[in-house]
Write a protein that binds this ligand. Structure first.
Ligand code: HEC
Length: 146
């Protein structure tokens, strides 16, 4: 059981490293729309990283309140208007998958089920990567609309 858990943490940490690579690549993307206040958007988006670290810390210390708090904060971010830099169907679908994985994390935290919370977190991390991958695949010129 214990080694299982270590395996999961290793997976999560690996994914997180992968994710920061993805985020670095995103940072390298030039802002295509001069009207977009890039630094405001960047700091908004950076908050996702802060809150997902909170979930990871909560998992590592089995602090269910911290897990729930991080997941709730991420859900709230995803419902803010700044989140919707795109309003395409695919972007909205990615956002809803993202919230679904947060729902799993929140339920698991409530049930004090660390295994399910860890799986939810892995799922969440995959959603981060999938949406970023989608963003990178978009043709240049299809810039944020605001
Ligand atoms: C539904 C889509 C979507 C999901 C899911 C998503 N992001 Fe993002 N992310 C974006 C968009 C849009 C940007 C801004 C891209 C740009 O600057 O051109 C961004 C940018 C970022 C940045 C770079 C901010 C900067 O300083 O430039 C980080 C870091 C980041 N996201 C982290 C995360 C993390 C961590 C998760 C998962 C917990 C996540 N994102 C999930 C859409 C998403």
């Amino acid at each position: 059981m214990k080694s299982n858990w270590i395996g999961k943490i290793a997976l999560v940490v690996g994914l997180l490293g992968f994710l920061s690579l993805g985020a670095m690549q995103l940072q390298g993307t030039p802002q295509q729309n001069p009207k977009t206040n890039a630094s405001d958007l960047d700091s908004f988006m950076q908050l996702k990283l802060e809150h997902s670290k909170e979930i990871l810390e909560g998992l590592a210390t089995e602090d269910y309140d911290m897990i729930a708090k991080g997941a709730q904060a991420l859900t709230a971010l995803s419902l803010e208007s700044a989140w919707n830099v795109y309003t395409t169907e695919t972007y909205l679908q990615h956002s809803s998958d993202f919230r679904r994985s947060l729902q799993i994390v929140k339920e698991a935290a409530k049930d004090k089920n660390v295994d399910r919370a860890a799986l939810g977190y892995v799922n969440l991390t995959v959603q981060c990567l999938e949406c970023h991958r989608f963003l990178r695949s978009r043709a240049p010129g299809l810039a944020p609309s605001k």
